[in-house]
Design a binder for this molecule. Sequence first.
Ligand code: TXA
Ligand code: MG
Length: 324
Amino acid sequence: MSIITGNEEKVIHDATQMLAYGKVVALPTETVYGLAADMNNNCAVQEIYTVKNRPFSNPLIVHIANTSDLLKYSRYIPPFVNVLIDAFWPGPLTLVLKKSSATPEYITGGQDTVAIRMPNHSLTLKIIKSLGTPIVAPSANKYTGVSPTRPEHVINEFNGRISVVDGGVCENGIESTIIDATRNDSFKILRPGTITLEEIQSALKDKGEIITYNLNRDNEIHVPGNYLKHYSPKKRLITFSNYKQLIENFKNIFVIHYSDLLVLDDDISCKIGKDPDSFAKDFYHFLRLGDNSKSNIIAIEEPPKNYGWAAIWDRLNKAKSDKL
Ligand code: TXA
Ligand code: MG
C-alpha cells in the first residue's frame, strides 16, 4: 500500500521525512497530483525525471509556501506580478520569471527562467513549510499521459511504487494557468488553465495596471511540455458533435457526454458537467476510466468554444487522436 496513512500530523511528518531523505512523494494540489521532490536535492529531482520518463530539457514548476521564496528564486519581479499574487495565490497561477542564481539549472531545463506557484492545498502547504524548502512537482503521471486527480490514479500509474499523500479528489482537475511574467509591460499565457485570461485582465484593470496581452513575442519562452501530443489516454480518443454519426461509425464506445443521449447497450456512458469547472473536475478521471474499460475507443462530446473553455480545449486538442 503506498498511501501515507495516519492523522494529519503524522502524514505531514512522514511525507516531510521522506522528502528530506531525498525521496519522491506524490502530493495533492487543487489542480492535479504532483510528483514532488526537494528542489535543492539534485538526486531526488533526477529521480522525478526517471520515474516519469521525462526529458531533462523539460523544466519543473517550483511550488512555494511563502511569498518571500519568490524573491529568492527569481531575480526580477515586474510590479504587476504583485497584483496577480494578491488576487490568485495560493492558487492555480504559475509565473514564469527570470531565475536567480539560487535556482538550480537542473530544474529549469537549462533555461534562464523559473516557473513558480503557490498551490492552494492546506496539506501540501504544511508539508512544504515543514520541509523548509520549496518542492518541484510535475503532474504525477508518465510523460505525455493523463494527469492524476485522485490518489488511486497515482497508485495505478506507478504500480504502487510511489508514496502518496491522500488529499482526496482535486478541486479543479486540470493544471494551473502558466504565464510569461518576465516583462514589465506585458504578459502572455503559455498554458491556459483554471484561471482565465479574462480573470487576469480584470484583476489587473481593477488595480489600474495597464498591461498588454501580447501574442507574438520575439524572444519566445520555450514550454517544452506544449510541443507534443500530451494529456493522452492510451486508447484512441475522438471528439464528436453529432452523436448519430458517432454510433453509425463506431461500436463498443466509451462515451463521455454532457447532452442527454440514448446510449446503446454495447457502449458505456459517463455524464460530465455542462460548465467548464465541473467538466474539468471529472475530465481526466473519465479518460482513465475509458482506458480501463472494455471499450476500444473513447469518444468525448465537444464542449462549446466560447468563454471559459480555453483550458479544456487546449487539453482536448493535445489529447485527442482525431475528430469525427
Ligand atoms: O497545476 C500544475 O501546474 C501541476 C501541479 C502539480 O502543480 N503541475 C504541472 O507540472 O502541470 P508539469 O511539469 O506537468 O507541467 C509544467 C509545464 C510543462 O509544460 C513545462 O514545460 C512548463 O510548465 N514549464 C516549467 N518551467 C518552465 C519555464 N521555466 N519556462 C517555460 N515553461 C516551463
Ligand atoms: Mg504534466
